[in-house]
Write a protein that binds this ligand. Structure first.
Ligand SMILES: C[S@@+](CC[C@H](N)C(=O)[O-])C[C@H]1O[C@@H](n2cnc3c(N)ncnc32)[C@H](O)[C@@H]1O
Length: 356
């Protein structure tokens, strides 16, 4: 079913083109992808922050957009530079699996696993060491978890695979998901939580994400993540990578599913001072009323001509800011290293208040 559109003209005839308000309702696909709770969170984010959180753009048809973008632009090819995540995992292998780990085995808990491609080489090395207990793929997107499972079980048919949908911005990872059923298991199996693909820079509430990671961790566990390093405000304005290709896919998918005509909007990318991030926004060229009426929800969001709605964002860190955020969440950096261009960093953290 295509999104419903109606037009309401509350103004005088002479001014019609200027004052039309388009009233639209999201598509059938939209309501089949998001749960009631997610629709309510999305409406609130639209209403209060003028944002559709990027995390929702990986669900439903958005999973295919990410996977296609990944296959086309991120998997290394002879004409394409090496993959930052794979390289940094290689570079930090010894630290991640190192001797300070007193446990016999490790679970790799890949949070925001996507298609799991970045961990393929890393898992292969762990397998050779006989150290891996289980790979657990967690993601907000059920559809990407299916891709992850198909890939992982093909690559490693003999390694235990588990998966679960999780929104790491909203809650910690439960012990049931990790399989921590008794204290002996916790002692012998450490969890290595991965948060790769510079995903931390995409979240709206990064502090809640850090806190949720910290609350998921035990004393032997580690958190390993990547992000871009540098100044957001000195962005050169050039769109590349995800900011170009992923954003284009999300923009088309979102506007189509919300029922916004292509001639009524524009894609704008800019530095946003308020969030100190690079953002991609839908700029409205008409007044719009987005009407949400499903599962007993009956809410509208009014968007005026020239207003912008953020659909993608990325925050680069400066090291002091990152250390401060981690510190506040009770996480302590044990090691970090950057790629050769000094654009990306991999950070390994442990719970700050636990003796190892
Ligand atoms: C930028 S992609 C990175 C994927 C993969 N880690 C990689 O490096 O290729 C972000 C991934 O995190 C997932 N994700 C985004 N926000 C999330 C959230 N709040 N909770 C759980 N997963 C999330 C997305 O569905 C997507 O698979």
């Amino acid at each position: 079913m295509i999104p419903k559109k109606t037009y309401s003209n509350s103004q005088s005839c002479s001014d019609v083109s200027q004052n039309i308000t388009r009233i639209v309702e999201p598509s059938f696909e939209f309501y089949s992808v998001f749960s009631q709770t997610e629709v309510l969170e999305l409406i609130k984010a639209l209403d209060v922050r003028r944002e559709i959180p990027l995390k929702y753009a990986y669900k439903g048809g958005g999973a295919k957009i990410w996977h296609n973008f990944y296959q086309k632009y991120i998997i290394p090819k002879w004409y394409q530079p090496a993959n930052v995540e794979i390289d940094l995992l290689q570079q930090n292998f010894a630290y991640i699996t190192g001797s300070y780990q007193s446990c016999q085995k490790i679970n790799i808990v890949d949070v925001g696993a996507g298609n799991s491609y970045p961990v393929k080489k890393f898992i292969s090395q762990l397998k050779k060491l006989g150290k891996i207990n289980k790979y657990i793929a967690l993601d907000i997107s059920q559809e990407l978890l299916k891709v992850s499972k198909a890939n992982f079980t093909k690559w490693f048919p003999k390694i235990d695979f588990d998966s679960c949908t999780v929104d790491i911005e909203n809650s910690p990872i439960s012990p049931e998901i990790l399989g921590n059923f008794n204290s002996m298991q916790i002692k012998d199996i450490a969890n290595i939580f991965l948060h790769l693909g510079v995903t931390i820079g995409n979240h709206q509430d990064r502090n809640r994400v850090w806190q949720n990671f910290r609350n998921s961790m035990d004393k032997n566990d580690l958190l390993v993540f990547t992000n871009e390093i540098g100044s957001n405000s000195q962005w050169d304005g050039k769109v590349r990578g995800g900011c170009k290709y992923h954003v284009e896919g999300i923009y088309t998918w979102m506007t189509n599913n919300l029922g916004i005509s292509s001639e009524d909007c524009q894609l704008v990318r800019k530095y946003d001072l308020k969030t100190d991030s690079i953002t991609a926004n839908i700029k409205f060229l008409q007044n719009y009323t987005l009407k949400f009426s499903q599962w007993g929800i009956d809410q509208t969001v009014e968007i005026s001509q020239d207003e912008e709605i953020t659909i993608w964002r990325h925050h680069k860190y400066q090291m002091p800011e990152l250390t401060q955020e981690l510190d506040t969440a009770g996480l302590q950096i044990v090691h970090s290293s950057s790629n050769k261009y000094l654009s990306h960093i991999m950070v390994i953290c442990k719970p700050a208040d636990c003796e190892t």
